[in-house]
Ligand binder design. Structure first.
Ligand code: GSH
Length: 240
Protein backbone atom coordinates (compact mmCIF):
# COMPACT_ATOMS: atom_id res chain seq x y z
CA UNK A 1 0.00 0.00 0.00
CA UNK A 2 1.53 3.34 -1.01
CA UNK A 3 1.74 6.16 1.51
CA UNK A 4 -0.91 8.86 1.58
CA UNK A 5 0.31 12.23 0.32
CA UNK A 6 -1.02 15.27 2.15
CA UNK A 7 -0.79 18.43 0.07
CA UNK A 8 -0.98 21.60 2.09
CA UNK A 9 0.43 25.14 2.26
CA UNK A 10 4.03 25.82 3.37
CA UNK A 11 4.22 25.92 7.17
CA UNK A 12 5.00 29.07 9.13
CA UNK A 13 7.56 29.10 11.95
CA UNK A 14 6.25 27.77 15.29
CA UNK A 15 2.79 26.97 13.95
CA UNK A 16 1.53 23.79 12.26
CA UNK A 17 -0.13 25.79 9.45
CA UNK A 18 -2.03 29.00 8.78
CA UNK A 19 -4.91 26.86 7.49
CA UNK A 20 -7.12 25.24 10.14
CA UNK A 21 -8.52 22.85 7.51
CA UNK A 22 -4.99 21.57 6.85
CA UNK A 23 -4.27 21.20 10.60
CA UNK A 24 -7.52 19.26 11.02
CA UNK A 25 -6.40 16.62 8.52
CA UNK A 26 -2.79 16.55 9.74
CA UNK A 27 -3.88 16.12 13.36
CA UNK A 28 -6.23 13.28 12.41
CA UNK A 29 -3.37 11.50 10.62
CA UNK A 30 -1.15 11.97 13.67
CA UNK A 31 -3.80 10.80 16.16
CA UNK A 32 -4.36 7.60 14.20
CA UNK A 33 -0.68 7.10 13.38
CA UNK A 34 -1.36 6.95 9.67
CA UNK A 35 1.85 7.27 7.68
CA UNK A 36 1.82 10.12 5.21
CA UNK A 37 4.10 12.23 3.08
CA UNK A 38 3.81 15.96 3.67
CA UNK A 39 3.89 17.82 0.36
CA UNK A 40 3.96 21.60 0.69
CA UNK A 41 2.71 23.79 -2.12
CA UNK A 42 1.80 27.44 -2.44
CA UNK A 43 -0.93 27.31 -5.06
CA UNK A 44 -4.01 25.09 -4.64
CA UNK A 45 -5.34 26.14 -8.05
CA UNK A 46 -2.86 23.82 -9.79
CA UNK A 47 -3.37 20.58 -7.88
CA UNK A 48 -6.65 20.72 -6.02
CA UNK A 49 -9.98 19.70 -7.63
CA UNK A 50 -11.73 22.27 -5.39
CA UNK A 51 -8.85 24.78 -5.80
CA UNK A 52 -8.41 24.74 -2.03
CA UNK A 53 -6.08 22.90 0.35
CA UNK A 54 -5.88 20.39 1.99
CA UNK A 55 -5.79 17.62 -0.59
CA UNK A 56 -4.77 14.01 -0.13
CA UNK A 57 -3.62 11.60 -2.77
CA UNK A 58 -4.37 8.04 -1.77
CA UNK A 59 -3.32 5.57 -4.46
CA UNK A 60 -5.05 6.96 -7.52
CA UNK A 61 -7.64 8.94 -5.59
CA UNK A 62 -7.34 12.72 -5.20
CA UNK A 63 -9.57 14.03 -2.42
CA UNK A 64 -10.02 17.67 -1.52
CA UNK A 65 -12.11 19.07 1.37
CA UNK A 66 -11.07 18.25 4.94
CA UNK A 67 -14.38 16.60 5.92
CA UNK A 68 -14.40 14.39 2.84
CA UNK A 69 -10.80 13.44 3.59
CA UNK A 70 -11.57 12.46 7.19
CA UNK A 71 -14.63 10.45 6.12
CA UNK A 72 -12.45 8.65 3.57
CA UNK A 73 -9.75 7.86 6.17
CA UNK A 74 -12.29 6.65 8.76
CA UNK A 75 -13.80 4.28 6.20
CA UNK A 76 -10.55 3.12 4.67
CA UNK A 77 -8.81 2.33 7.99
CA UNK A 78 -12.03 1.23 9.69
CA UNK A 79 -11.42 3.67 12.55
CA UNK A 80 -13.92 3.18 15.36
CA UNK A 81 -15.55 5.61 17.78
CA UNK A 82 -15.23 8.73 15.65
CA UNK A 83 -18.91 9.62 15.85
CA UNK A 84 -20.79 9.64 19.16
CA UNK A 85 -23.32 6.81 19.50
CA UNK A 86 -25.86 8.92 21.38
CA UNK A 87 -27.73 10.96 18.72
CA UNK A 88 -27.91 14.06 20.91
CA UNK A 89 -24.18 13.95 21.57
CA UNK A 90 -23.49 13.30 17.87
CA UNK A 91 -25.63 16.35 17.06
CA UNK A 92 -23.57 18.51 19.45
CA UNK A 93 -20.35 17.37 17.80
CA UNK A 94 -21.78 18.10 14.38
CA UNK A 95 -22.96 21.57 15.40
CA UNK A 96 -19.61 22.44 16.96
CA UNK A 97 -17.79 21.37 13.80
CA UNK A 98 -20.22 23.24 11.54
CA UNK A 99 -19.92 26.39 13.65
CA UNK A 100 -16.15 26.33 13.49
CA UNK A 101 -15.93 25.37 9.80
CA UNK A 102 -18.57 27.74 8.54
CA UNK A 103 -18.75 30.64 11.03
CA UNK A 104 -15.77 31.02 13.39
CA UNK A 105 -13.31 30.62 10.50
CA UNK A 106 -14.29 33.92 8.87
CA UNK A 107 -13.49 36.39 11.69
CA UNK A 108 -10.10 34.67 12.01
CA UNK A 109 -9.54 35.10 8.26
CA UNK A 110 -10.60 38.75 8.60
CA UNK A 111 -8.07 39.26 11.41
CA UNK A 112 -5.21 38.12 9.15
CA UNK A 113 -6.02 39.69 5.84
CA UNK A 114 -8.38 42.61 6.24
CA UNK A 115 -8.03 44.11 9.72
CA UNK A 116 -5.20 46.67 9.19
CA UNK A 117 -2.89 45.64 12.05
CA UNK A 118 -3.33 41.97 11.21
CA UNK A 119 -2.73 42.48 7.50
CA UNK A 120 0.56 44.31 8.13
CA UNK A 121 1.65 41.48 10.43
CA UNK A 122 0.71 38.86 7.85
CA UNK A 123 2.82 40.65 5.24
CA UNK A 124 5.77 40.90 7.63
CA UNK A 125 5.54 37.22 8.64
CA UNK A 126 5.11 35.79 5.17
CA UNK A 127 6.69 38.13 2.70
CA UNK A 128 9.48 39.99 4.50
CA UNK A 129 12.09 38.52 2.14
CA UNK A 130 10.15 39.46 -0.99
CA UNK A 131 11.28 42.74 -2.66
CA UNK A 132 9.12 45.71 -1.56
CA UNK A 133 7.19 46.32 -4.81
CA UNK A 134 6.43 42.64 -5.40
CA UNK A 135 5.36 42.33 -1.75
CA UNK A 136 3.02 45.29 -2.20
CA UNK A 137 1.55 43.73 -5.34
CA UNK A 138 1.04 40.25 -3.80
CA UNK A 139 -0.38 41.77 -0.62
CA UNK A 140 -2.82 43.92 -2.57
CA UNK A 141 -4.01 40.97 -4.69
CA UNK A 142 -4.47 38.55 -1.79
CA UNK A 143 -6.19 41.15 0.37
CA UNK A 144 -8.54 42.03 -2.48
CA UNK A 145 -9.35 38.36 -3.04
CA UNK A 146 -9.93 37.69 0.69
CA UNK A 147 -12.04 40.83 1.04
CA UNK A 148 -14.29 39.81 -1.83
CA UNK A 149 -14.69 36.30 -0.34
CA UNK A 150 -15.52 37.82 3.06
CA UNK A 151 -17.94 40.30 1.51
CA UNK A 152 -19.71 37.56 -0.47
CA UNK A 153 -19.96 35.39 2.65
CA UNK A 154 -21.29 38.34 4.65
CA UNK A 155 -18.63 38.96 7.30
CA UNK A 156 -17.33 42.11 5.65
CA UNK A 157 -20.76 43.72 5.67
CA UNK A 158 -20.36 44.05 9.45
CA UNK A 159 -18.24 46.45 11.49
CA UNK A 160 -14.99 45.27 13.09
CA UNK A 161 -16.53 45.05 16.59
CA UNK A 162 -19.52 43.10 15.29
CA UNK A 163 -17.26 40.65 13.46
CA UNK A 164 -15.31 39.81 16.62
CA UNK A 165 -18.50 39.73 18.71
CA UNK A 166 -19.78 36.96 16.44
CA UNK A 167 -16.52 35.03 16.86
CA UNK A 168 -16.76 35.37 20.64
CA UNK A 169 -20.31 34.03 20.63
CA UNK A 170 -19.06 30.94 18.80
CA UNK A 171 -16.08 30.50 21.10
CA UNK A 172 -18.17 30.93 24.26
CA UNK A 173 -20.56 28.25 23.04
CA UNK A 174 -17.69 25.82 22.41
CA UNK A 175 -16.18 26.69 25.79
CA UNK A 176 -19.50 25.89 27.50
CA UNK A 177 -19.65 22.50 25.79
CA UNK A 178 -16.04 21.68 26.72
CA UNK A 179 -16.65 22.44 30.39
CA UNK A 180 -16.32 19.27 32.51
CA UNK A 181 -14.97 17.15 29.70
CA UNK A 182 -11.44 16.47 28.55
CA UNK A 183 -12.28 16.18 24.88
CA UNK A 184 -15.48 16.73 22.97
CA UNK A 185 -15.51 12.97 22.47
CA UNK A 186 -15.16 12.40 26.24
CA UNK A 187 -11.92 10.82 27.47
CA UNK A 188 -10.56 10.22 24.00
CA UNK A 189 -9.89 12.60 21.17
CA UNK A 190 -12.16 12.04 18.16
CA UNK A 191 -12.80 13.53 14.72
CA UNK A 192 -14.78 16.50 16.10
CA UNK A 193 -11.82 17.29 18.37
CA UNK A 194 -9.50 17.48 15.36
CA UNK A 195 -11.79 20.17 13.98
CA UNK A 196 -12.23 21.94 17.31
CA UNK A 197 -8.53 22.09 18.09
CA UNK A 198 -7.49 23.24 14.65
CA UNK A 199 -9.91 26.17 14.38
CA UNK A 200 -9.49 27.40 17.93
CA UNK A 201 -5.71 27.10 17.87
CA UNK A 202 -5.56 28.83 14.50
CA UNK A 203 -7.31 31.87 15.98
CA UNK A 204 -4.96 32.01 18.97
CA UNK A 205 -1.84 33.40 17.41
CA UNK A 206 0.01 35.91 19.61
CA UNK A 207 0.97 37.81 16.45
CA UNK A 208 -2.69 38.79 16.10
CA UNK A 209 -3.87 40.43 19.34
CA UNK A 210 -7.60 40.16 18.64
CA UNK A 211 -10.55 40.00 21.07
CA UNK A 212 -10.56 36.23 20.32
CA UNK A 213 -7.03 35.91 21.71
CA UNK A 214 -7.92 38.06 24.71
CA UNK A 215 -10.93 35.89 25.52
CA UNK A 216 -8.91 32.68 25.22
CA UNK A 217 -6.14 34.08 27.42
CA UNK A 218 -8.73 34.37 30.18
CA UNK A 219 -10.32 30.97 29.65
CA UNK A 220 -8.73 28.05 31.47
CA UNK A 221 -11.05 25.69 29.64
CA UNK A 222 -9.82 26.79 26.21
CA UNK A 223 -6.19 26.93 27.33
CA UNK A 224 -6.21 23.45 28.83
CA UNK A 225 -8.06 22.01 25.87
CA UNK A 226 -5.59 23.39 23.33
CA UNK A 227 -2.48 22.67 25.38
CA UNK A 228 -3.29 19.03 26.10
CA UNK A 229 -3.39 18.42 22.33
CA UNK A 230 -0.27 20.48 21.63
CA UNK A 231 1.62 18.51 24.31
CA UNK A 232 0.88 15.19 22.65
CA UNK A 233 0.77 15.93 18.95
CA UNK A 234 2.70 19.15 18.43
CA UNK A 235 5.57 18.82 20.91
CA UNK A 236 7.76 21.00 18.67
CA UNK A 237 5.41 23.98 19.10
CA UNK A 238 5.07 26.24 22.14
CA UNK A 239 2.07 25.81 24.42
CA UNK A 240 -0.63 28.45 24.40
N1 GSH B 1 -14.24 23.25 2.84
C1 GSH B 1 -12.82 23.19 2.63
C2 GSH B 1 -12.23 24.56 2.92
C3 GSH B 1 -10.71 24.61 2.67
C4 GSH B 1 -10.22 26.04 2.58
O1 GSH B 1 -10.99 27.03 2.65
N2 GSH B 1 -8.90 26.20 2.37
C5 GSH B 1 -8.34 27.51 2.21
C6 GSH B 1 -7.18 27.73 3.18
S1 GSH B 1 -7.70 27.84 4.85
C7 GSH B 1 -7.77 27.63 0.80
O2 GSH B 1 -7.21 26.69 0.26
N3 GSH B 1 -7.88 28.81 0.20
C8 GSH B 1 -7.30 29.08 -1.07
C9 GSH B 1 -8.20 29.83 -1.97
O3 GSH B 1 -9.39 30.01 -1.62
O4 GSH B 1 -7.71 30.23 -3.03
C10 GSH B 1 -12.20 22.12 3.53
O5 GSH B 1 -12.84 21.72 4.52
O6 GSH B 1 -11.12 21.62 3.20
Amino acid sequence: MSKIILIQFPKPKLRPSFSPYCVKVELFLKVHEIDYIDHLEMNPHKTSPTKKFPVIIDDEKIISDSDKILDHLIKKFNIQNQYAEDPKEAAIHHLVEATLNESFYFPALYSRWVDDAGFNKTMELNFSKVPYLIRKFIGYQVRKNMSSQLYGQGTLRLKRGEIYAKALRDLRAVEAILKDRKYLGGDKINKADCTTFSFIYNALNPNYPTPILEFANNSNIIKEYVNQILKIYYKEHPLF
